[in-house]
Design a protein around this ligand. Structure first.
Ligand SMILES: NC(=O)c1ccc[n+]([C@@H]2O[C@H](COP(=O)([O-])OP(=O)(O)OC[C@H]3O[C@@H](n4cnc5c(N)ncnc54)[C@H](OP(=O)(O)O)[C@@H]3O)[C@@H](O)[C@H]2O)c1
Length: 214
């Protein structure tokens, strides 16, 4: 399967490497392809670099790994028509430009409307699934927590899209918990604030969430 990754930062590159490891064809999208020359050289023949539009056209599944404040712009550059009907694994978080307060990140969204809801409304024919947003990039691909699979919370309005996302996340070593429709992204995106607090306060970044059930 072909995966188009919209975003060339550490998340885009980490997930691109993860998809390559699992046998997918990958294209990473960016406005500046030259900055991915090193990644491309290491990725081999199954890893490509393109514009956001080329990447959206290439991917049968799309990963959105853009800066939160630029997520909508990235999707516009990708061209809505090329996203229609496709599953978009949305790893973004709506982190504001203002600095964190005592280790607590500031968001530009509210608890009544998440970034993913905004994106789903702006691109109604794409099938967004929140995924990979509440864990650090170092633990996004088959993380080792002593044999315990961390939980990946997902949500989205399309049941089949979530099934497809669930298969990918299982390959990447996660136990998947479906939290419901796009509104649940209000809670899932907020988990990134919680995840970052130990890091921002004490430089502790090596953890993941696990949902325990009695
Ligand atoms: N870092 C983590 O461990 C982590 C964990 C979970 C979730 N996330 C979320 O994942 C997303 C990606 O994070 P990141 O740390 O990899 O990188 P990032 O610096 O947040 O985002 C980099 C990407 O955003 C694009 N971008 C920035 N400004 C843009 C603009 N004005 N118009 C179009 N595109 C623009 C860049 O495009 P170019 O390629 O053209 O420069 C690049 O591809 C973020 O939303 C972040 O909150 C991060």
């Amino acid at each position: 399967m072909k995966v188009g990754i919209l975003g060339s930062g550490v998340v885009g590159q980490t997930l691109a490497n993860g998809f390559l490891k699992h046998g997918y064809e990958v294209m990473v999208g960016t406005r500046s392809p030259e900055k991915l020359a090193e990644w491309k050289a290491k990725a081999g023949k199954h890893g490509r670099v393109g514009s956001f539009a080329e990447t959206a056209a290439f991917g049968e599944v799309i990963v959105l790994a853009a800066k939160g404040t630029a997520a909508k712009e990235t999707l516009k550059l990708a061209n809505a028509k090329q996203l229609n009907g496709k599953v978009i694994l949305d790893a973004t978080n709506p982190i504001a430009d203002a600095p964190p307060q005592n280790g607590v990140l500031k968001f530009f969204t509210s608890l009544d409307q998440s970034l993913m809801e905004q994106l789903q409304a702006a691109f109604p024919d794409a099938r967004f699934v929140k995924a990979f947003s509440c864990i650090g990039n170092a633990f996004m691909v088959n993380p080792d927590f002593g044999g315990i699979a961390p939980t990946m919370f997902i949500c989205g309005n399309d049941t089949d899209a979530k099934k497809e996302a669930g298969k990918i996340l299982a390959q990447f070593g996660f136990e998947v918990e479906d939290m419901g429709g796009a509104e649940a992204a209000r809670a899932i995106e907020s988990l990134a604030i919680l995840w970052c607090i130990p890091g921002l306060l004490r430089n502790e970044w090596s953890h993941a969430f696990k949902l325990l059930k009695a």
